[in-house]
Design a protein around this ligand. Sequence first.
Ligand SMILES: Nc1ncnc2c1ncn2[C@@H]1O[C@H](COP(=O)(O)OP(=O)(O)OP(=O)(O)O)[C@@H](O)[C@H]1O
Ligand SMILES: C[C@@](O)(CCO)CC(=O)[O-]
Ligand SMILES: [Mg+2]
Length: 388
Amino acid sequence: MEIRARAPGKIILAGEHAVVHGSSAVAAAIDLYTQSSLHLPPSGEDGAGVVEVDLTDSCLAFSWPCSRLLEALGETCRKAELQAPRPCSPEELAAIAKLVELHEIPEAKIWLSAGLSAFLYLYTSILGCRPGKVVVSSGLPMGAGLGSSAAFSVSLSGALLTAAGVVCAEGVVGGTEWQLLGKDHLELVNTWAFQGEKIIHGKPSGIDNAVSTFGSMIKFKKGELTNLKSGNPVKMLITDTRVGRNTKALVAGVSERASRHPDAMASVFHAVNTISEELSSIVELAATDEISMTSKEEKLAELMEMNQGLLQCMGVSHSSIETVLRSTLKYNLVSKLTGAGGGGCVLTLIPTLLSKLVLEKVTTELESHGFRCFKVEVGGQGLQTHRG
Ligand SMILES: Nc1ncnc2c1ncn2[C@@H]1O[C@H](COP(=O)(O)OP(=O)(O)OP(=O)(O)O)[C@@H](O)[C@H]1O
Ligand SMILES: C[C@@](O)(CCO)CC(=O)[O-]
Ligand SMILES: [Mg+2]
């Protein structure tokens, strides 16, 4: 049996980091996906065979004998409560980390160990210690602010829960082989993926896994999700600075700054909340044609610029991000970092009336710094599955 699931990455238009501290944020799915393909042999003896994961983008594969997993995880390996995942306990996480350490991961790719821990947790909690192979491939740059960790956790959870028979597809995505899950099943996938994100991120707000699961454009605050009807989606150029960073460390850094300067940072988070609220109202208003496209774009650009200033206050900008901001400003274009910052990706709002020539010039200038530029479709479908 083969089950495939694909989950999109995301951009955050406003509110990253502040959302971890209770502010609103606005995010949208993009048309770059992480895909997990799960192959399960017919059930055999307990403890026989291996659990295998092939991370094709990193050209690395890992496997664990089922007997070894049973021995190390015991309790966990007996299928957990599938309808209500419980958080991974520190003891379990330590046992999982030891299993990951059985493999020598090259130093340059050591950041994969968090993803492998999330994989082992999700696999053994959902399917127990039965043998199987998961092949993961992604069109998303990893660790660059476009939600690769969430897309990884959502696609894995989607494939594993489908195999466990607790979720199933209800409809098709027109003109493709992909199928969609109903709302309750998506909720369940999202809850599991959040547990995976916790292993990778430490203290995630849940916005990345939510937008990857449900798709579309959303406003997110304290775990509550509102779908934004966005009408004409905004056009964004994405610049990947190729500066590697780690969301867990950046989120921890902002929390440390907040504990050193609680009042000042509370004001920063409050200001970001107001920006996200205003931005989401403009997106919805534009869908009713009550404001012109130009006016919508001007307002969005100004809010993005203000949000970027506040992200600098939080200490998550980077010289590479500042280079993108300066380069695009020369062409009167506004940019802001997206995701956790510290390098990674930057968004540039592309106004509808911007000439092709200017777009080419700005892209050439950004690429001359060694950055990679690409355009994405914003606000599409979330998790999709396929049973082969
Ligand atoms: N395709 C993948 N294969 C293996 N591990 C992955 C994959 N995608 C993500 N990961 C795991 O997620 C980690 C990157 O997550 P991180 O949260 O730091 O960045 P991001 O999710 O891309 O950006 P952001 O959280 O800012 O949106 C990787 O180091 C790896 O452990
Ligand atoms: C930086 C952050 O706000 C967004 C990362 O895409 C972290 C989170 O919300 O979990
Ligand atoms: Mg992440």
